[in-house]
Design a protein around this ligand. Structure first.
Ligand code: ADP
Length: 399
């Protein structure tokens, strides 16, 4: 360290310092003289820190020379510390991140493992991830979806086994009849009788296959319905007329004087099938001398058709199942009505394909009421177009 006056001469009583006699040291002094501020200059071996001072009332300059080798050793040491600390922090952060990610993604692994175990043969598995976060909600949604698939597969399996059973029965009967006929020579009358009975079994088979086909068509392509204006009152009148002969033979009165003039957009063939099935059932399950009534009214945005009978009724334990395919009550089986157990399934499928539905109320021994509710326009909203305007004012006409 050395002190100088402003002309650059060393102040008295100082040992001469040859280190400060270099170009870089002088440059530092010049800078302080000109600017009055601390200056830092450097050459290959030293760094010079030059500061303005006051000495015995005068301005002076103080200068310190620091060997840069010492500085660079310190800087290298500091750098090493910095790199080591940074590396340690990086390691800690990476390990922490890995642990956190592992913890956060553990449920995803669990879901993946469980998902691999789920096949169409075993839909009983669930994720059961009771977490209140996004993953928990996702797993919950998957559980619901698997539940629905499970129910659909079970229904499908039951349907296939019921269908096979229902189709096998008439075939078995016919096989037995043929074997019996061929066991020994028979009279013409016996052959005629057996052929007649086989004809009935074939009719039954034909009815089952026809209804299965109708159901499958609606299932496969519910949007493939026709969308035509249908005068529902006239359609119901036709169906009532068609069944009138059988009803008359059995002394059953069919009352259909409350049919409001209503037109809706739908598939006339399918709607005819729906109401034929309901009226067939009403007549079939009503004892001779009973009464069946059909009413039709507009409900503003839709229509409501009621088919009431004074028949045998349906016990409450069967009510929730009668719309299932091939489901028949014990009473219906005992009466051997020749039914297939598909009529109501078709009726509901048609109603739902028209975006409506059927409900039932019944009192055993008193009678049954089926209520069909249909919207005026059966098309999905995006398919509705200009011909919405062609609809007849159901609400006003019906009231
Ligand atoms: P089915 O061909 O046997 O009539 P459906 O699907 O039409 O089949 O009806 C299912 C079952 O619902 C019937 O077997 C019968 O037990 C019951 N059912 C339907 N309609 C009536 C009704 N109007 N009165 C009493 N029982 C009925």
């Amino acid at each position: 360290m050395e002190f100088f006056d402003l002309s650059g001469k060393p102040l008295p009583n100082q040992p001469a310092n040859p280190v400060l006699d270099t170009g870089a040291a002088k440059k530092g002094q010049q800078t302080v003289r000109k600017g009055g501020k601390t200056a830092v200059t450097q050459d290959s071996g030293w760094r010079y820190i030059t500061v303005p001072l006051s000495y015995a009332g005068d301005n002076a300059i103080g200068q310190i020379a620091v060997p840069t080798s010492q500085l660079s050793r310190q800087i290298t040491f500091l750098k090493r510390i910095l790199v080591s600390v940074a590396a340690a922090l990086l390691l800690i952060a990476a390990a922490g991140g890995w642990l956190l990610a592992r913890r956060a993604l553990a449920p995803v692994d669990a879901i993946t493992r469980r998902a691999r175990q789920i096949t169409e043969r075993d839909l009983s598995q669930r994720f059961n991830l009771n977490q209140a976060d996004e993953l928990g909600r996702l797993a919950g949604a998957f559980d619901d979806m698997i539940g629905r698939l499970d129910a659909a597969f079970t229904r499908q399996q039951r349907f296939t086994s019921d269908a096979s059973h229902e189709l096998r029965t008439p075939i078995t009967v016919m096989q037995a009849e043929v074997e019996l006929m061929l066991a020994r020579p028979r009279s013409v009358a016996e052959y005629q009788h057996t052929l007649g009975s086989m004809g009935e079994e074939l009719d039954h088979l034909g009815a089952i296959v026809g209804k299965l086909l109708a159901l499958t068509r609606i299932d496969v392509d519910p949007a493939g319905l026709a969308h035509e204006p249908v005068a529902l009152d006239r359609l119901l009148g036709d169906v009532v007329g068609g069944i009138g002969v059988i009803a008359e033979e059995r002394g059953i009165a069919i009352v259909s004087d409350r049919l409001a003039p209503v037109t809706l957009t739908g598939d006339p063939t399918r709607l005819r099938q729906l109401f034929s099935n309901l009226l067939d059932n009403a007549v079939t399950y009503t004892p001779d001398g009973g009464r069946v009534s059909v009413t039709l009214e507009g409900t503003g945005a839709g229509v409501c058709v009621r088919v009431r009978d004074t028949g045998i009724g349906i016990p409450p334990e069967h009510l929730s199942r009668i719309f299932e395919r091939f489901y028949r009550t014990d009473a219906a089986r005992a009466h051997n009505t020749g039914g297939t157990g598909l009529g109501l399934a078709i009726a509901r499928a048609v109603a739902q394909a028209h975006h409506g539905d059927i409900t039932v109320e019944s009192t055993p021994g008193m009678g049954t009421t089926f209520t069909v509710e249909l919207p005026c326009d059966s098309r999905t909203p995006e398919r509705r177009g200009w011909d919405l305007r062609r609809l007849v004012g159901v609400g006003t006409a019906a009231r």
